[in-house]
Ligand binder design. Structure first.
Ligand code: 87F
Length: 577
């Protein structure tokens, strides 16, 4: 895949694994282009697609303003790649730039990132982690210091070779991760056991020169993340932190983004080569039936400490004994803006994005309705004043609420726009509602309608938002559970994957066996070809789930008939991003 053009950015999303359709193959649209122009460009690309049925349109009552550019014109189930591109652009989550694989995170998505930061920062600070900042540039000598770690990633490192008009004597790497940048400092700083534990985190950006298709949020050349790097006296202390961090990562996905994940450990094949072991949380994109790595927390062991000469005198040695040097146990852990893309992919629908209440920058939108030519000025003012009051009341209850009081736009147009942007709850206030002292409610996630007395807004609205948050997680969790199938025999392996599942299989946890499974599940095996429309990518191990579905029985064999070894665990396999 290495030679493929990064700009065919959405092809990876195609459910059938066939070559990119026209939808995603253009150069990035210029963010300064008028939306109309971008839309037209995208439309032109679409005309080359075959079998594209007209998309379901949002229900809109005669818009006063032409809203062509605002509608999602293709359904998620028909063309996921085009749908994803349209929702992120039209909901103003992200914009393309003229640098392939580099995107603008607009306020609507950046706000989500800020909330993730606040949530995680609080938790890691409570664990004694401090924030810091290390330089963007890393010298070649430093980057190469840990050869094993860099070797597999060398092709992805971006280099600066010139400064102004001068060629640099020594090229500089743009940080792809900061192990090497930070551990030279750790070697200086850590002299005795009193300097341990050392726990530093950075909120920064990194660059990985991906040659696979870039996909906004999910796989970009530059992305935002946090990277935590800690050093401990004992393996036990390091191990405890690895799992605590993994729990916090799972909480970001499940409690904030309403995205279910499976916690586990990577097999040796899939772990970070510099790690002693890697723990992971794995998500699932139902629309394509593929797994997606959501975040990782590594125990690095003493490997980096040895390479970087981070060492201390053994504190357990008695006075007079010869002082032995010991190496601290290190961890590193990272969480990225990919999470926002996973959330959009899972919850979005044919009307646009659906943002869970806890991370939506607007949680409640109040729309005044029912104003007609017959409405008197006085009635209009009363309604609008009530709208302002509702906004104030809810704001003072701590909610993020807006009032859409724009003139010249029909309620239907406004509804469609806020639905596109994923606002979790709409409150409608019309003359009849006012008479009854209620507001009408419309949930973004289910479309369910209801009503709330004005007198109990401050208790009922937060309650409804909590229900929406919980229901979104439940729906996604049920879907993930329904697509996580136990497979006991090889004959069911590929067919079950082809039904858009990830699978739990008894496996030996051996690396070569995994490679073979990847090859044999790629749809190219004689007698097992999958039809032209089915996914053809091979399956890899996603994780060894911490929660095993059942015990591995005495004498139970690895699922791979060519392997013949005993099974060691139930391993989650799947096609993945
Ligand atoms: C690309 C180029 C150079 C990933 C790379 O997972 C080096 C690397 O080390 C590299 N891509 N990695 C692995 C990153 C490991 C680790 N770093 C801290 C994390 C979490 C945060």
């Amino acid at each position: 895949m290495a030679s493929e053009n990064v700009e065919s950015k959405m092809a990876e999303l195609n459910m059938d694994g066939t070559a990119a359709t026209g939808a995603g193959t253009t150069a990035s649209a210029n963010p300064t282009d008028k939306p109309k122009k971008q839309d037209k460009e995208r439309k032109n690309q679409q005309t080359s697609q075959k079998g594209l049925k007209p998309a379901k349109q949002p229900q809109v009552k005669k818009p006063v303003v032409n809203q062509d550019t605002k509608q999602i014109t293709v359904s998620k189930s028909e063309d996921l790649a085009e749908w994803y591109q349209q929702v992120i652009l039209k909901a103003e989550m992200l914009e393309f730039t003229d640098v392939p694989g580099c995107y603008i995170y607009l306020p609507r998505s950046y706000h989500i990132w800020e909330l993730i930061r606040d949530f995680f920062d609080l938790r890691i600070k409570a664990m004694g982690v401090e924030n810091s900042y290390f330089p963007l540039f890393i010298s070649e000598a430093n980057l190469q210091r840990e050869k094993d770690h860099v070797e597999g990633f060398a092709a992805e490192v971006a280099w600066v070779t010139e400064g102004g008009k001068t060629k640099l004597d020594k090229k500089l790497a743009v940080r792809p991760t900061s192990e090497t940048a930070m551990y030279s400092y750790y070697a200086k700083k850590i002299r005795s056991h009193r300097d341990l534990p050392l726990k530093l985190n950075q909120w920064n950006n990194v660059v990985r020169w991906e040659f696979k298709h870039a996909v906004p949020f999910l796989r970009s050349r530059e992305f935002l993340w946090q990277e935590g790097h800690t050093a401990h006296l004992t393996e036990a202390e390091a191990g405890k932190e690895v799992l605590e961090i993994l729990d916090h990562y799972a909480a970001i996905y499940e409690d904030l983004l309403a995205v279910p994940v499976v916690k586990g450990r990577k097999t040796v094949n899939e772990q970070f080569p510099g790690a002693h072991y890697t723990t992971t949380i794995e998500g699932f994109i139902p629309a394509v039936g593929r797994g997606i790595q959501a975040a990782t927390s590594h125990c690095l062991g003493q490997h980096f400490a040895k390479m970087f000469e981070i060492k201390i005198e053994d504190p357990s040695q008695k006075e007079g004994e010869k002082k032995e040097k010991i190496f601290p146990w290190q961890n590193s852990w990272g969480f990225t803006t990919r999470s926002i893309g996973v959330m959009i992919m899972i919850h979005g629908d044919d009307k646009g994005v659906v943002i869970p209440p806890r991370v939506s920058n607007v949680q409640v939108i109040v729309v005044v309705v029912g104003i007609t030519a017959k409405t008197t000025e006085e009635e209009k003012t009363t309604l609008l004043d009530k709208g302002v009051e509702i906004k104030k009341t809810l704001k003072s209850a701590g909610l993020r609420v807006e009032l859409d009081d724009r003139e010249g736009y029909s309620p239907g147009f406004k509804f469609a726009e806020w639905e596109l942007k994923g606002v979790p709850l709409r409150l409608e206030l019309g003359p009849k509602d006012l008479e009854k002292s209620v507001v009408a409610t419309a949930r973004r996630d289910t479309g369910a309608k209801g009503s709330i007395p004005l007198a109990s807004l401050t208790s009922d609205v937060p309650k409804l938002l909590d229900t929406i948050q919980a229901d979104m997680l439940k729906k996604a969790s049920d879907e993930f559970a329904a697509h996580r199938k136990i497979v006991r025999e090889w004959k069911d392996f590929v067919p079950t994957l082809n039904d858009k599942n990830v699978i739990l299989v008894p496996h030996c946890a051996g690396g070569e066996c995994e490679d073979q499974i990847k090859e044999d599940s790629a749809g190219t095996v004689p007698g097992q070809e999958v039809d032209a429309k089915a996914p053809s990518m091979g399956a890899k191990s996603l994780c060894i789930p911490a929660e095993q579905p059942e015990e591995i029985k005495e004498g139970q064999k690895c699922i791979n008939p060519k392997c013949g070894k005993d099974a060691a665990h139930w391993v989650l396999f799947g096609r993945s991003y």
